[in-house]
Design a protein around this ligand. Structure first.
Ligand SMILES: C=C(O[C@@H]1C=C(C(=O)O)C=C[C@H]1O)C(=O)O
Length: 402
C-alpha cells in the first residue's frame, strides 16, 4: 500500500517555505510523504492514557463544528503513561510535499554558532556500561528477555540555541527522516521548551483501511567507508543476537495490529535500512483495518495501543519498564514516546521519538538507547548509543561530543 500522504487535497506551499517559516511555538513535521506546519492553538486535547484517541476525535468534531478549516490534532506523548503530553488542535495548518533537503537556510550554516558547549553525560559512559551489565543480570534470571537502556547527554551553550536552524539542518541531513519540532512548554516553565528530532522509525501510519508500521531494532553504526559499510550490513543481517532483538518487536507490533485488523502481513525476514549515521534491521508490517470508521481505530488509537514497542522498552513490557526506572538515572520525558498527527477521518502518522532532543534556551538534552538481550556486549551497546547521538550532534556541529 502507499502510506498516508500529508498532502491533502493539494499542496499550495513549498516544503522549503514551510521549513523556513517554522518558529518555536509552531508544530513542524515532515517525512518522505509530505510536510506540515501548524500554528496557534484552537483547542488543547487533555485526556488520560488510553482515552486520548477518543478525546482527539471529540476535539476534531468540535473544531469542525466551529468552522475550523482543516482540523487536525498534532503533538507528542512521553514514554511513561503518566508522562507529560502535548496534543493540540492548531488554529492554522499549512501542508506541502516532502522536503528536498535544500531547505531555505544556507547549507553549512552553523546552527547556533556555538563553540563553547559544556557536555555532561548522564550517566558517565562507564555507568551506562554497568547498567547494561545489570540488565544482562536481570535477563539471566529470566525476569525479562529484552530491556532498552538509554543514556542522556546534557549540552549547554554560551547563548540560546536556535531551534529553527537545528531543525533545518536535521531535515537537510536526511530529508527522508521523520523530522519534527513540537512545542512542549508546560505551565510553570520559565522558557519555551521544544522537542526536536529526525526519527527513522514509523510507529504507525493509517490511510483509510490500510495501516503500516515500520519497527526497527538491531543496529550497527554507519561509517565513511563503503566497503566496510557493506560488511556491516551483511553482519547485521547475519547476527543471531540482532535478529532475536528485532523479532521481539516485529512479533509484538504484528500482534497488536492484529487486534484491529482483518489481515496483517509481517515479513518473514527483516531487511536493513540506513540513515546517515546508522544501519538498522527493519520490518515493514502492513494491515487492513476491520472497521476504519470506528474512532477506536484512529491512527492515534493505534499508536497508543502499540506504544511502547519493545524497540524502546522491552519484553515483557512491565518488567522492562521497571528495569528502565531502576537502571536509568534520568527520566526519559518525551524521549521514546511518540510524535505525529491525526485527522478527523482517523488517518495520520505517528513516529517513535528517537534521535531527538529537548531544547530550552541554552540547554539541549539528548537521549539515545540500545536494546539489551542475552549476548549483548556492554562496550558495543555504549558505542551504539554514541553513534545514535550523532544525528543530533552533527546537526549541532558537535560530532565528537559523545
Ligand atoms: C532506542 C533507540 O533506538 C531504537 C533501538 C534500536 C536498537 O536497539 O537497535 C534501533 C532503533 C530504535 O528502535 C534510540 O535511537 O535511542
Amino acid at each position: 500500500m502507499s502510506t498516508p500522504a500529508l498532502v491533502r487535497p493539494r499542496p499550495v506551499h513549498r516544503a522549503s517555505d514551510l521549513l523556513a517559516a517554522y518558529l518555536p511555538g509552531s508544530f513542524y513535521y515532515s517525512s518522505g510523504r509530505g510536510s506540515l506546519l501548524a500554528d496557534g492553538v484552537h483547542s488543547c486535547v487533555r485526556a488520560r492514557p488510553g482515552a486520548r484517541a477518543h478525546a482527539a476525535a471529540e476535539a476534531l468534531d468540535a473544531a469542525a463544528l466551529a468552522g475550523l478549516a482543516d482540523p487536525v490534532v498534532v503533538g507528542a506523548l512521553g514514554f511513561r503513561p503518566d508522562a507529560e503530553s502535548s496534543l493540540v488542535v492548531p488554529a492554522v495548518v499549512r501542508r506541502a510535499g516532502a522536503p528536498d533537503g535544500a531547505g531555505a537556510r544556507p547549507p553549512g550554516e552553523p546552527v547556533p554558532g556555538h563553540t563553547d558547549w559544556a557536555v555532561t553525560p548522564r550517566p558517565e559512559p562507564e555507568g551506562y556500561a554497568d547498567g547494561v551489565r545489570r540488565a544482562l543480570d536481570l535477563i539471566g534470571t529470566g525476569e525479562v528477555s529484552k530491556v532498552v537502556l538509554a543514556r542522556c547527554l546534557e549540552l549547554t551553550a554560551g547563548a540560546p540555541v536556535a531551534v529553527p536552524s537545528l531543525l533545518a539542518r536535521l531535515v537537510r541531513a536526511d530529508p527522508a527522516a521523520h523530522a519534527f519540532a513540537v512545542d512542549v512548554t508546560a505551565p510553570g516553565d520559565q522558557a519555551t521548551r521544544t522537542l526536536v528530532g529526525a526519527s527513522p522509525e514509523l510507529l504507525v501510519a493509517r490511510r483509510g483501511a490500510m495501516v503500516v508500521a515500520n519497527p526497527l531494532a538491531g543496529s550497527l553504526p554507519r561509517c565513511a567507508d563503503e566497503a566496510e559499510n557493506r560488511g556491516r550490513v551483511a553482519a547485521l543481517l547475519a547476527s543471531e543476537k540482532d535478529r532475536r532483538e528485532h523479532a521481539h518487536v516485529a512479533a509484538q507490533v504484528g500482534e497488536v495490529l492484529g487486534r484491529f485488523c482483518t489481515e496483517v502481513t509481517v515479513p518473514g525476514e527483516p531487511e536493513v535500512i540506513g540513515t546517515p549515521t546508522m544501519w538498522h534491521l527493519s520490518s515493514r508490517i502492513t494491515g487492513r483495518l476491520a472497521d476504519p470508521a470506528d474512532p477506536a481505530s484512529s491512527s492515534l488509537a493505534l499508536a497508543e495501543a502499540l506504544h511502547p514497542t519493545p524497540a524502546v522498552c522491552g519484553v515483557p513490557a512491565a518488567g522492562a519498564r521497571d528495569a528502565i526506572a531502576e537502571l536509568e538515572p534520568e527520566d526519559r520525558g518525551y524521549y521514546s514516546g511518540l510524535v505525529g498527527w491525526t485527522g478527523p477521518d482517523g488517518d495520520g502518522e505517528w513516529v517513535v521519538t528517537i534521535r531527538s532532543a529537548e531544547v530550552c534556551e541554552r540547554t539541549v538534552r539528548l537521549h539515545a538507547g540500545a536494546g539489551i538481550v542475552a549476548g549483548s556486549d556492554p562496550a558495543a551497546e555504549l558505542a551504539e548509543t554514541s553513534a545514535k547521538f550523532r544525528t543530533l550532534l552533527r546537526a549541532l556541529g558537535l560530532e565528537d561530543a559523545a
